[in-house]
Write a protein that binds this ligand. Sequence first.
Ligand code: CA
Length: 224
Amino acid sequence: MGQPTVLVAEDEPKIAQLLVDYLVQSGYRAVVVADGARVLAAVTIEQPDVLLLDIMLPGRDGLEILRELRRRSTLPVIMLTARVEEIDRLLGLELGSDDYICKPFSPREVVARVRALLRRSTSAATTHPFEVDDAAQRIRVAGRPMPLTHTEYRLMHALVSHPGRVYSRDQLLDLMHDDLRDVTDRVVDSHIRNLRRKLDDLLPGQQVIHAVYGAGYRFEILEP
Ligand code: CA
């Protein structure tokens, strides 16, 4: 694979330039498209490996662009949004975006996410140490059984089955099917804490459940 190409769909020139500078410094080829109506054509012409897609674009809305793109392509997409609250709504729409980044962002963080996404899309087929036995509702990690409550199993099963997918706390709450009378976001966080503790026994020092700021959690095995 040559130099990976990142298509930056962003209409604010300063932000676009900052992203391009960081991407180029990090060894990527970066192409900017500022007009929403030109994004899909640019995807066809540039054949990018990742699309950074701002939601508020002139010409055509980022969400509409993503919806149309997904009819014909699995190109990894990172949505850029100006509002944290919007991420929850986006997750609910299940448009098939691979990641979300909220403005203002650090360009370094964006490059790290691009790198993670490329690694994920090129090594999706490689094996990971998690085995899910849905019939027995058990999960083995590196050959050893992970002790799990029923609720923890549901959460782990969802996370492990969709590496890289961001789950909002609301979505994780729905999965838990617990007594919902006094369940809050904090219950999710406390289950995640317990899962991390158990995982640390099985995979010492390796973080696989990642918090996504303003959004929720995702399961991902990062290479050392
Ligand atoms: Ca914009």
